[in-house]
Design a binder for this molecule. Structure first.
Ligand code: ADP
Length: 546
C-alpha cells in the first residue's frame, strides 16, 4: 500500500519560490568585483533568477544543457544557481584556480553551452575560449558599460544587458527530482578531475540536513557569510540552505584577506561564517594583530582540511566564537560530519572537551559511515582502531559523470559504499577523527603515524604559521616522518626547540626525525596542502644519519 500524501518533486526552484514568498525582504549583501557593496533582497534574487531562466530559453538551451560559471561568491552567481538549475539546466561551477589547460579540459568534458564569468577572470577566458568549441555564448558578469570593447572573446555579452533584456515572467517547470542540477569536478591532484553530478533531490536533502541544529544550525535570524567558494562544491550548499531558512546572506566576492572579511562581518552583523583553515588563519591574524574582537559572530564551521586545535582554541577562548569542525568532500555534496557535542561532553574538563572538538565530528542524518581494514572487514568504533573510511547516503556520489565503472564497494547486503580515501577512527559516540589521506599516512616499522597529528602539534607552537608532515624513505623503518615548517613573520624557533616541543605529546617513535624550514607550503586549488609537490621540492633531501 502506498502512502496517500501529496507527491511533490524536491526541486531547487522550490527554494527560491519559498524564499521570495516567505522572506521576500531578506537581505543579500555582496562585495562585488567592481569593489563596491551591492544590496538587494530575496525578492530581487527571485525575479532576476527568472530572468536568467528566460535568457537561457532565448539561447535555445535544452533541459540538462550545461551552463558554466567562473565566479566569486556574489548575488549574480546566486541568480545563476537558481536560474540555471531551476529551469532544468545543469550549473557547472568551475574552479578558477585550476590551470587553464584543466579548465579547458573540464569545459569540454562537461560540454558546456554557455559560460558566465567575473571580469577578473577575463584573462583566463581569453586563454581558453578558442579551445572550448561547445560554448556558444560567453557572458561577462558586469554592466553593459563595463564590457571591454576588444576582449577577443567572440560574441561576448554583458550579463546585465543579457539578463536585463529578458522577461521576469516565468513559471518554474516541474520535472523528476532525480534530474541533474549541478556538476562539480574534484580537484584532480592525481590524474584528470572527476565529475560529480548532483541532483535536485540530493541538493534539497543536503540543504535540509545542513541547517539542522547539530549541523550548521541556521535560522532566519542568522546573517551568514560563506567564505567557502561557490565555485567548489556549491559553497558547502550554503546558497541553498540560506534560501531554505531565509537568513541574511553576505558574500565576500574576491576579497578574502583578513581585513576585508573582518570588516564585512562587523558591518553586516554576521553571526555564522564558513571557511577553510587557511582563510581563517588570515582572519585570525588580522584580528589578533589589531587587538580586535568579533562583536556579532557566534559560530563558524571550519572544514576542507584538518582544523588545527590552536585555531579552535583561539576562536573559542579569545573571542567566544564556537568552532564547528566539519568534514566532507566533493563526492558528498560535501557534508558528512559536523563536530557538535553531546550532553555528556559538556560535563568534561575544557581539555577533554578539546580532544572531542578537534575530531571531524559525527554523521548528520542521511550519511552512514564505517571503517574497514585491508580485507574489507568492518573495524570497531573504539576511538583507537583506524581504517579506511567508507560512506553512503542520498547525497553521496553513486558514479561519476562519463566515468568508467562504479567507485562503490558492495557490503554483504549488496549495498554500495563510497571509499573516501581517508583514514579515520570512530569512537563509541560516533565521533570520527581523520588521521590522514590514505596516500599521506606514514608507515613506520609496521605502525601508522598520523601526519595530521604531527602537523597539529607543530601548529600549536607560537612561532609556527603552517606545518606539513610527510614520510621520507628509511632503510630500516620503511618511512620516517619529517615536518616542513613555515614560521610566522618575525618569529624564530630552532629545529631542536621544535623537536623538543613534541616530547610528552606523542609516543617517542612518532616524533618526526627532522624539521625543515621552508618559505611556503604549496597549496592546491581548493586550499589544501599539496604534499606531492612538497615532496618534489624536497627532492634530494636525506634523513639525518642516513
Ligand atoms: P573539498 O575541497 O570540498 O574539501 P575535496 O573532495 O576536494 O572536497 O576534498 C575532500 C577531502 O578533504 C577529504 O576526503 C579529506 O581528506 C579532506 N578534508 C575535508 N575536510 C576535512 C577535515 N575537517 N579534516 C581533515 N581533512 C578534511
Amino acid at each position: 500500500m502506498l502512502g496517500l500524501m501529496q507527491s511533490q518533486s524536491l526541486l531547487i526552484s522550490s527554494l527560491i519560490e519559498f524564499a521570495e514568498r516567505h522572506h521576500g525582504d531578506g537581505e543579500i549583501v555582496s562585495r562585488r568585483v567592481e569593489g563596491d557593496i551591492h544590496r538587494y533582497t530575496y525578492r530581487d534574487l527571485a525575479r532576476r533568477s527568472r530572468q536568467v531562466a528566460n535568457a537561457l530559453d532565448g539561447l535555445g538551451l535544452q533541459p540538462s544543457d550545461r551552463v558554466a560559471t567562473i565566479a566569486w561568491n556574489g548575488y549574480r552567481h546566486m541568480e545563476l544557481y537558481f536560474g540555471v538549475s531551476g529551469s532544468g539546466r545543469v550549473l557547472h561551477t568551475i574552479n578558477p584556480r585550476l590551470h587553464p589547460d584543466q579548465v579547458a579540459w573540464i569545459v569540454n568534458h562537461a560540454e558546456d553551452k554557455a559560460l558566465c564569468f567575473d571580469m577578473s577572470f577575463l584573462p583566463l577566458v581569453q586563454a581558453v575560449h578558442a579551445h572550448c568549441p561547445t560554448v556558444k555564448q560567453w557572458v561577462a558578469l558586469c554592466d553593459a558599460d563595463k564590457l571591454p570593447a576588444n576582449s577577443g572573446v567572440p560574441g561576448l555579452v554583458s550579463y546585465e544587458a543579457w539578463v536585463g533584456a529578458a522577461s521576469s515572467d516565468y513559471a518554474w517547470p516541474d520535472f523528476d527530482e532525480n534530474s541533474a542540477s549541478s556538476i562539480c569536478y574534484t580537484s584532480g591532484t592525481t590524474g584528470n578531475p572527476k565529475a560529480v553530478l548532483y541532483s535536485h533531490r540530493s541538493t534539497l536533502l543536503h540543504a535540509y540536513a545542513g541547517v539542522m541544529p547539530d549541523a550548521m544550525g541556521l535560522s532566519a535570524r542568522d546573517s551568514v557569510l560563506p567564505v567557502v567558494p561557490m565555485f567548489h562544491v556549491n559553497a558547502w550548499g550554503l546558497p541553498y540552505s540560506a534560501a531554505l531558512t531565509g537568513c541574511k546572506i553576505v558574500y565576500p566576492g574576491p576579497a578574502l584577506d583578513g581585513k576585508s572579511v573582518y570588516d564585512l562581518m562587523e558591518n553586516e552583523g554576521v553571526t555564522f561564517a564558513a571557511g577553510v583553515p587557511t582563510v581563517w588563519q588570515m582572519l585570525l591574524g588580522h584580528v589578533q594583530a589589531g587587538g580586535l574582537k568579533f562583536s556579532t559572530l557566534k559560530r563558524t564551521v571550519i572544514g576542507g582540511s584538518a582544523c588545527p586545535p590552536a585555531m579552535i582554541a583561539a576562536f573559542q577562548d579569545q573571542y567566544g566564537v564556537e568552532v564547528l569542525h566539519a568534514w566532507g568532500m566533493t563526492e558528498m555534496s560535501p557534508l558528512g560530519t559536523v563536530c557538535t557535542l553531546k550532553n555528556k561532553h559538556l560535563e568534561m574538563s575544557a581539555e577533554d572537551q578539546m580532544t572531542i572538538r578537534l575530531k571531524q565530528g559525527r554523521a548528520v542524518f542521511g550519511v552512514d559511515m564505517k571503517i574497514i581494514d585491508g580485507d574489507g572487514k568492518e573495524l570497531p568504533w573504539d576511538g583507537k582502531t583506524y581504517g579506511d573510511l567508507l560512506v553512503k547516503g542520498p547525497w553521496i556520489v553513486g558514479s561519476y559523470y562519463k566515468g568508467s565503472g562504479s567507485p562503490l564497494v558492495a557490503d554483504e547486503r549488496g549495498r554500495g559504499w563510497f571509499p573516501t580515501g581517508d583514514v579515520a577512527t570512530i569512537d563509541a559516540d560516533g565521533f570520527m577523527l581523520i588521521t590522514d589521506r590514505s596516500k599521506d599516512v606514514i608507515k613506520s616499522g609496521g605502525e601508522w603515524i598520523s601526519s595530521i597529528e604531527i602537523e597539529n602539534i607543530a601548529m600549536a607552537h607560537p612561532a609556527v604559521a603552517m606545518a606539513a608532515c610527510i614520510g621520507m624513505p628509511h632503510p630500516k623503518w620503511d618511512e620516517r616522518p619529517i615536518v616542513a615548517v613555515v614560521t610566522k613573520p618575525g618569529a624564530d624557533v630552532s629545529r631542536e626547540e621544535l623537536l623538543a616541543f613534541y616530547e610528552g605529546k606523542i609516543a617517542k617513535w612518532q616524533v618526526p626525525d627532522d624539521v625543515v624550514f621552508v618559505d611556503a607550503i604549496p597549496i592546491g586549488a581548493t586550499g589544501k596542502m599539496l604534499k606531492a609537490k612538497l615532496r618534489e621540492q624536497l627532492a634530494g633531501y636525506k634523513l639525518p644519519g642516513l
